[in-house]
Design a protein around this ligand. Structure first.
Ligand code: NAP
Length: 486
């Protein structure tokens, strides 16, 4: 049995303060970081007030001109060393992520690999040519088009991928020459703090990155956005909070990048390879216990294969090992907190009241920690709440369609547009269908779209901008064009 001490052990050596101008600052107020598998205390961390946030802003504002002038290769080398350091500490990072977030170690290791990859990718992107020399069509002038860092940034991250969400933003910002304050989610601040420690160890100059943990995100972030010196905010989290932040960007015309919620359809067409589709469904649904913006939220399956698909999926879900994330062999950890668990119970009850059938699971698991049974429901009607809300947990709802026209209509019937999955035996039909899906990303016979080299992001109310790929760095760069009379 994994003990609370083992979870707390994972945090040994991790600072507990705020990182302001290169120093770890303690505060009178603190908040607790808990192990979601046991509810036990892992660590107490500093809780910033508005004044701490403004001190961090002074720091990144003062560091901004110097960091923007650091040669590209030097910035790239720092990111490359950070990649090496995070990779060398893969196990320590994985244990820490698992302890504070709850995910199984195997998934935490995968997050470390994925998160580290953004450091390597942006170490490489940092040195790509950033300017262009053009000739005016009328022959009268030359146009020099170059890119420059947008300036001080505010980066706000959620709890579900505490390392990867931080590296995805920080690496792109630093590569572009921006300084930044990062505000981690209060459930999982320790991974971000450790990452900041790693960056300092590999030579990031003081002031370039500040870390502000707080229980008062609206107060602290609101003050930072109202100040006028923040030039860009990059947020990953819920659409509800994203809307608030976008409106707070208005008065100072701050550039927003928003990675918001999703409601991913997972379409299984009549000729799909069912074994492959079920393997994919397990990944798209159960990665991170379903607590991912990319999680399959609605299984839309062709009527003629729906029963076979559903019973295969239910069998696989029922066979999963649920337990403490730090225990080797665990496949499903707890959900993040009691509110999340209660929400799952409510979504299942609502679907059942509307006629859905529970094929496996359906209930919270008794005992310490916030565990919920891996669950499969069939005959979920389109108006069930679980098809409208993000489920964010190990619950899969299946409904049927009769032809692809109907599947596309059902898939697009959401205000979200992050990712869709499509399993099909006909590549040409699948490609044509993918183009009609109103989503920023589509997985074709593939259930994992996250990739540091790809532009990750959504359309509609799933967000603005892209992270990763060649595109991700552009969110942190402004264009400047110089007209030359030549
Ligand atoms: P959340 O409640 O929106 O919180 C995200 C972050 O924003 C937390 O650090 C939170 O701190 C902070 N926050 C809340 N209100 C704020 C405010 N008024 N001003 C500034 N910061 C504020 O989301 P969550 O529940 O942690 O994360 C789950 C959501 O993230 C899901 O909707 C999921 O789809 C989305 N997500 C999207 C992506 C993507 O790339 N598209 C990736 C991962 C997750 P507090 O907790 O202290 O409020």
């Amino acid at each position: 049995m994994t003990t609370a001490t083992e979870a707390a052990d994972a945090a040994v050596g991790v600072a507990s303060g705020l990182l302001i101008d290169g120093a770890w600052i303690t505060t009178e107020a603190t908040f607790d970081v808990l192990d979601p598998a046991t509810g036990e205390l892992i660590a107490r961390v500093a809780d910033a007030e508005v004044a701490h946030g403004l001190a961090a802003l002074d720091s990144i504002d003062a560091a901004a001109p110097g960091w923007a002038r650091v040669p590209l290769r030097e910035r790239a080398e720092i990111l490359r060393r950070a990649f090496e350091a995070v990779t060398a500490q893969r196990e320590e990072y994985a244990r820490l992520i698992s302890a504070e977030m709850g995910k199984p170690l195997a998934e935490a290791r995968a997050e470390v690999d994925y998160g580290a990859e953004f450091l390597r990718w942006y170490a490489e992107e940092a040195v790509r040519p950033d300017s262009e020399y053009r000739r005016s069509p009328d022959g009268g002038s030359r146009l020099l088009v170059s890119r420059r860092p947008v300036g001080p940034c505010l980066l706000i991250t959620p709890w579900n991928f505490p390392l990867a969400m931080a590296t995805r933003k920080v690496a792109a910002a630093l590569a572009a020459g921006c300084t930044a304050i990062i505000k981690p989610a209060p459930q999982t601040p320790l991974t971000t703090i450790k990452f900041a420690q790693t960056l300092l160890e590999v030579g990031l100059p003081k002031g370039v990155l500040n870390v502000v943990n707080t229980l008062d995100a609206p107060g602290v972030c609101g003050a930072l956005l109202a100040d006028g010196r923040i030039r860009k905010v990059s947020f990953t989290g819920s659409t509800a909070v994203g809307r608030v932040l976008i409106s707070q960007c208005g008065p100072n015309v701050i550039r927003p990048s928003m990675e918001l919620g999703g409601n991913a359809p997972f379409i299984v067409d009549v000729d799909a390879d069912l074994a492959r589709a079920v393997d994919g469904a397990m990944v798209a649904k159960m990665r991170n216990m379903g607590e991912a913006c990319t999680a399959a939220n609605r299984f839309l399956v062709h009527r003629s294969v729906a029963e076979e698909f559903s019973s295969m999926l239910a069998q696989r879900m029922a066979a999963l090992t649920v337990g403490h994330g730090l225990r080797e062999g665990t496949e499903v950890g707890p959900v993040i907190d009691e509110t999340a668990r209660e929400k799952l119970g409510g979504l299942v009850a609502d679907a059942v009241a509307r006629g859905a059938e529970i094929r496996t699971g359906g209930r919270p698991i008794d005992g310490p920690g916030t565990f919920f049974e891996p669950t499969v429901l069939t005959a979920v009607p389109a108006d069930a709440r679980m098809f409208g809300d993000e489920i964010f947990g190990p619950v899969a709802g299946v409904t049927v369609f009769d032809d692809l026209e109907e599947a596309v209509r059902l898939a697009n019937a959401t205000e979200y547009g992050l990712v869709a999955y499509l399993y099909s035996g006909d590549v040409e039909r699948a490609l044509r269908t993918a183009e009609r899906l109103d989503f920023g990303m589509v997985g074709l016979n593939r259930a994992l779209v996250s990739n540091a080299a790809a532009p990750f992001g959504g359309i509609k109310q799933s967000g603005l901008g892209r992270e990763g790929g060649r595109e991700g760095i552009n969110d942190y760069l402004d264009l400047q064009y110089i007209a030359i009379d030549a």
